[in-house]
Design a protein around this ligand. Structure first.
Ligand code: PLP
Length: 377
């Protein structure tokens, strides 16, 4: 029997058992619609708000700054589509954003927006380049906290400071959005201290369920959503709340944030062990020093499709490049090239991604299989 070694946690994670139990419990005990005014509905509403408060306090923010969505893609779409209600201006993103962000550029351009994409040399957006790109028309800056292809931890605090300093020069307020999907629980990431205006999160990247995500808005007063519908989520996101998934998400957030530091250090040690084994075999490590302990990107002589297939035949699941989905082939490659990785190296890139449940045995078995395959020469 081949063993099952799952190292594609940046794409999605396995639902944790406690999260699954919370999902089942909320499904059977709190089945009412939180908008209904009868007892069952009121109990569901109370549970919903308890879960919101719990998640918010774990994240160090207020419950009224947190809105549940169907996933990060929707959280990002809520912010990007809200721009369409304002007079067109200028938006800045990085060249290494996930498609959930970058796919909005053509839409905004079509509606008269001017767009700038910042380089990310060696994986990082440079605050000075951001400063040079800011204009009096800039309304939004969107730069991800942790890159999903390489794990690079962007200098969000410095980038936010750059924007705030520019604002002080008498120009108007600029919305700073950080796609934080790969940051929550995986690095030291304190939203309020950093001073961002908005952020997106996803349940299924942290062993929570699919179909649940979060949008953080520092101040939602002026936020105009595309789909207010039934007025749920304080009118910022219509639609019946997915309470079972929200309950399960609360457990997942707890499991990642309680004892985070120690868990992150454990993952960093495992990643280091895997990285040193692959570099001993002559592979080139692509992930920079300042990267998530959960993501390791490297490249060798074999095309990534061939190499990932060889691993898959031995029970190891990894991704080639980014491959959050097979529908966006070449996205990861594009991002690596934007960082300055040579196209041939980018084509051969693989991404190993860990979870908080990855064990030493998993890492050792992975290393053994990587050594068995060698570098293909
Ligand atoms: N942003 C980043 C950095 C991601 O890795 C992903 C994963 O696919 C997304 C956004 C989209 O998240 P979701 O699947 O919750 O829509």
């Amino acid at each position: 029997m081949t063993m099952d070694l799952y190292f594609d946690n940046a794409a999605t994670t396995k639902l944790s058992e406690r999260a699954l139990a919370a999902y089942a419990e909320a499904s059977s005990r709190f089945y009412g619609n939180p908008s209904s005014v009868h007892r069952i509905g009121i109990e569901a509403k109370k549970k919903l708000e308890e879960e919101r408060e719990c998640i918010a306090s774990l994240m160090g923010i207020n419950g009224n700054q947190l809105f549940f969505t169907s996933g990060a893609t929707e959280s990002i779409a809520a912010v990007m589509s809200s721009l369409l209600f304002t007079t067109p201006g200028h938006i800045i993103i990085s060249k290494i954003e996930h498609e959930a962000v970058s796919s909005w550029l053509p839409v905004l351009r079509q509606h008269g927006w001017r767009t700038t994409e910042l380089r990310a040399r060696n994986g990082f957006v440079d605050p000075e380049e951001l400063r040079a790109a800011l204009t009096p028309e800039t309304k939004l800056v969107a730069i991800m906290a942790v890159n999903n292809v390489t794990g690079a931890i962007e200098p969000i605090d410095k980038l936010v400071r750059t924007v705030r300093e520019y604002e002080k020069e008498g120009k108007r307020r600029i919305f700073f959005f950080a796609d934080s999907v790969q940051a929550l629980g995986k690095i030291d990431y304190r939203i309020e201290d950093i001073g961002i205006d908005g952020a997106s999160f996803s349940g299924h990247k942290i062993n929570g369920p699919r179909g649940i995500g979060m949008l953080y808005l520092e101040n939602s007063a002026a936020f105009r959503p595309l789909a207010p519908a039934g007025g749920q989520e304080k009118g910022k996101r219509g639609g019946t709340e997915n309470l079972p998934a929200i309950s399960a998400l609360r457990v997942a957030v707890e499991e990642w944030l309680v004892g985070r530091e120690e868990k992150n250090l454990r993952a960093a040690a495992l990643k280091e062990r895997i990285a040193s084994a692959v570099s001993d075999l002559g592979f080139q490590i692509i992930s920079p020093e300042m990267s998530s302990p959960y993501i390791l990107s490297y490249s060798g002589p074999l095309p990534s499709q061939v190499y990932t297939r060889m691993l898959s035949d031995r029970g190891v699941s990894v991704s080639s490049g980014s491959a959050c989905s097979n529908n966006s082939k070449g996205e990861g490659e594009k991002i690596l090239i934007a960082m300055g990785v040579r196209p041939d190296k980018a084509r051969n890139a693989v991404r190993i991604s860990l979870s908080n449940s990855t064990t030493e045995d998993d890492a050792e078995n992975l290393i053994r299989i990587i050594r068995e395959i060698g570098n293909g020469r």
